[in-house]
Design a binder for this molecule. Structure first.
Ligand SMILES: NC(=O)c1ccc[n+]([C@@H]2O[C@H](COP(=O)([O-])OP(=O)(O)OC[C@H]3O[C@@H](n4cnc5c(N)ncnc54)[C@H](O)[C@@H]3O)[C@@H](O)[C@H]2O)c1
Length: 367
């Protein structure tokens, strides 16, 4: 196993989670450099984590350090540009969510991947807990029968102080509200498990916070396998919860937690068609060595060792971003949106709000 040289760009809140995860995985990866436009912050970060080199310019760091892997932890509007810079400088990129601002940007990332042979992977740490991998395998085996009904609720709470950070709450920098920024984790996991989506109908609006982006959205989804699902994304919910529910022909599977889950957060309930012996196997959720970012980074290092495309990249990243774009299009146009219909030339291909999001204005208000 190779020990990789890693750099972090953006040393704010989430960068600490990345640095802690890299410390846990220090036999496989060494955090050798960090970058932030805020000199004092980057120097403090370097000293807290014993990182030998700090920079205030990403291009200079890439040129000087030539890292194998770059973690991009800046505000969302910079993700695509920095991811493309990283792969062009010879590194793989692990980019915080949301990976990019639009399907147009995703196509640019994919072009850079093709030109360089390096991959850009999106942080979706919820996919990497063993409980999710266990359920994915059961679904591939059709152990519990077809999925029929799914619920995906991200009911969180963010106050005005949270939105006082300048990049938050704006289409140009946060790129969206709880759909794009908070529910995105569960939506990604939900879509991966339920199978390919076909059609979405939705509503989204700014109903309480003083922000441009939506503070609540709701969607109904039809899947290619015939299943139906509903999705709620909110930052207005005082009792916070992340909740997924899957009703298969023979059993119901639920996941309830807040920002990270372990084996105990999963609940399997047998239906009348379940064989008790089989049910014991289904409901035996494996224990986990790592969770969260550490689990995803460990899996990414495995992909680097093998030179293989990492799980949440390419087609897998597109499924979720195309869905989010379709959700906004359905909400803002009031029409159902089918998978594949948002192509170059469609206003929603270029910008995720399709021109409906305006600086300083709320969205979705009743006229
Ligand atoms: N996966 C998760 O669970 C999770 C949780 C929280 C945040 N995030 C994501 O992480 C990202 C960062 O969020 P945060 O809360 O850490 O934000 P933050 O504002 O705390 O940190 C961002 C940092 O990036 C720096 N920065 C800005 N422009 C830069 C540039 N051009 N080059 C280098 N550094 C630059 C800022 O100075 C700041 O220090 C966001 O995309 C957010 O959605 C993910």
């Amino acid at each position: 196993m190779k020990r990789y040289k890693v750099a972090i760009i953006g040393t704010g809140g989430i960068a600490k989670i990345h640095a802690d995860a890299l410390k846990t995985l220090s036999d496989r990866a060494e955090l050798v450099a960090c970058v932030d436009i805020d000199k004092e912050r980057v120097e403090q970060f370097a000293s807290a984590y014993g990182i030998s080199q700090s920079f205030t310019d990403a291009a200079e760091m890439l040129e000087t350090v030539k890292p194998d892997l770059v973690h991009i932890c800046t505000p969302p509007n910079l993700h695509a540009e920095l991811s493309i810079m990283a792969v062009k400088a010879g590194a793989w990129a692990l980019t915080e969510k949301p990976l990019c601002a639009s399907l147009a940007e995703l196509d640019a990332i994919q072009k850079a991947e093709e030109e360089t042979g390096n991959y850009v992977s999106s942080v979706f740490q919820h996919r990497f807990g063993p409980g999710a991998a266990h359920l994915y395998r059961l679904i591939q085996e059709q152990a519990m029968g077809r999925p029929l009904v799914g619920l995906c609720n991200t009911t969180w709470y963010r106050n005005e102080a949270y939105y006082a950070v300048p990049w938050r709450g704006k289409w140009s920098t946060e790129l969206g509200g709880p759909t794009m920024g908070h529910g995105i984790h569960q939506i990604d996991l939900f879509l991966w498990l339920m199978g390919d989506w076909e059609e979405v109908r939705a509503m989204a609006a700014t109903i309480a916070r003083n922000i441009e982006v939506e503070d609540v959205s709701m969607a109904l989804v039809r899947f290619a396998n015939g299943a139906m699902g509903s999705i709620v994304n909110s930052v207005l919910s005082p009792r916070e919860e992340s909740y997924l529910r899957f009703d298969f022909e023979k059993a119901t599977v639920e996941l309830s937690h807040l920002y990270g889950y372990g084996p105990d957060n999963w609940k399997y309930t047998a239906g009348e068609l379940a064989d008790p012996e089989e049910f014991r196997r289904w409901s035996a959720v494996p224990s986990q060595k790592y969770g969260g970012h550490t689990a995803q980074i460990a899996a990414l290092l495995d992909s680097m060792d093998k030179g293989e495309r990492p799980l949440v990249s390419g087609h897998e990243a597109r499924r979720t971003l195309e869905f989010l774009t379709a959700l906004y299009k359905a909400a803002f146009t009031g029409r159902p949106v089918r998978r594949g219909e948002i192509q170059p030339g469609d206003p929603f291909y270029e910008v995720i709000h399709g021109g409906y999001g305006k600086p300083g204005q709320k969205v979705g208000a009743l006229s």
